[in-house]
Design a binder for this molecule. Sequence first.
Ligand SMILES: *[C@@H]1O[C@H](CO)[C@@H](O)[C@H](O)[C@H]1NC(C)=O
Length: 134
Amino acid sequence: MSLLCSLLLALALAAAPGVQGACPAPADLKSEDGSRTCAKLYDKSDPYYDNCCAGSVLSVGPDADLPYLPSDWANTASSIVVAQRCELTVWSRAGKGGKSRKFTSGAYPRLEEFRKGILGNWSNTIAGLYCRCY
Ligand SMILES: *[C@@H]1O[C@H](CO)[C@@H](O)[C@H](O)[C@H]1NC(C)=O
C-alpha cells in the first residue's frame, strides 16, 4: 500500500463517526474502576475540537442527582459526553433553577455552541444536574 493510501486510511479512521476531537465516544465512557458512567463533564473546551474535553473531569454515575454541583464545578463545565442509553439534564442555577436542558447520549465538545435562552450558551453555566440511564 502506498504511503498516500495509508495516510488517507488514517484520516478516514480519525474522522470515524461518534468520535469528536479528544472527547471519548459515548460507548467508551467508564470510570477507572470499570463501573458504569452516565456522563463526564470537562472544564476545558477549545476552538479546536481536538483540544476539547480537556482539563479536570467530573464523572457521574447512573441516577446521579446533584442539584448543587461541588463548588469547584459550579458554572465550570465546557465539554460533556453522555454515555449510551443515558440522558443528562442540566440546570443553569443551583437547586435545579434557571434554565434547563436535556442532553441525550453523545459527545458535546463545545457547550458554547448550545443556545441557552436568546443570548446565552451552556458553557460555564451548569450548576446542577441529573443523569439517568435506561
Ligand atoms: C457564550 O457565553 C459566554 C458568556 O456569556 C460568552 O462570553 C461567549 O462569547 C459565548 N460564546 C458563544 C459562541 O456564543
